[in-house]
Design a protein around this ligand. Structure first.
Ligand code: PRP
Length: 185
């Protein structure tokens, strides 16, 4: 059972607010250098990547466009078992001819991204790369070329800074590991 005090449900802080802030600034600098003089569009995948996107776009110093997508696993079947993804919210504008950077909060099995990459490639962007805050390679089922990685993390269930358990904890300012009694309760 989840308690009223979100922080009391966290067993361990894996990434502090300061560590995340420093990493996001570093990624922003790198992306600004790499895309200087180009037409960059950041595409983030709701809902988990919302805080990361908001901070990353403000740490990028070159002009950028943004767009948002939302996806979910198909018909209640988990992405892990099916790899099928349903688009709940599509792009608002064409990305044809743009340099697109897909912004994710976490890559786990890689199935969501695998689907999204195929989908976005079909829209003929000039280039398509990936930036994820968190990478959990231990759970990968499909190989995905990831261009920018904030942190590589162990195979633990993490919440905060966008990541949820039962739609809660997204508003924590850090990334932490939940106490086991929270999911078993
Ligand atoms: C999370 C995350 C990725 C996906 C990664 O989204 O934001 O999109 O799972 O998992 P995968 O690599 O195993 O496919 P989730 O479906 O939890 O939705 P949310 O962002 O709305 O929380």
């Amino acid at each position: 059972m989840t308690s009223v005090d979100m922080e009391a449900d966290v067993a361990e802080v894996l990434l502090s607010e300061d560590e995340i802030r420093a990493k996001v600034l570093e990624l922003g600098r790198q992306i600004s250098d790499d895309y200087a003089g180009r037409q960059l569009t950041l595409v983030s995948v709701l809902k988990g990547s919302l805080p990361f996107m908001a901070d990353l776009m403000r740490s990028i110093t070159i002009p950028v466009r943004i767009d948002l997508m939302e996806v979910s696993s198909y018909g209640g079947i988990t992405t892990e078992s099916s790899g099928l993804v349903r688009i709940l919210k599509d792009l608002s504008s064409s990305i044809e001819g743009s340099d697109v950077l897909l912004v994710e909060d976490i890559i786990d099995t890689g199935l969501t991204l695998n689907y999204l990459l195929r989908y976005l490639r079909g829209k003929n962007p000039a280039s398509l790369r990936i930036c994820t805050l968190l990478d959990k390679p231990a759970r990968r089922l499909v190989e995905i070329p990831v261009d920018y990685i904030g942190f590589t993390i162990p195979d633990r269930f993490v919440v905060g800074y966008g990541l949820d358990y039962g739609e809660l904890y997204r508003n924590l300012r850090f990334v932490g590991v939940l106490r086991p009694e929270v999911y078993s309760g």
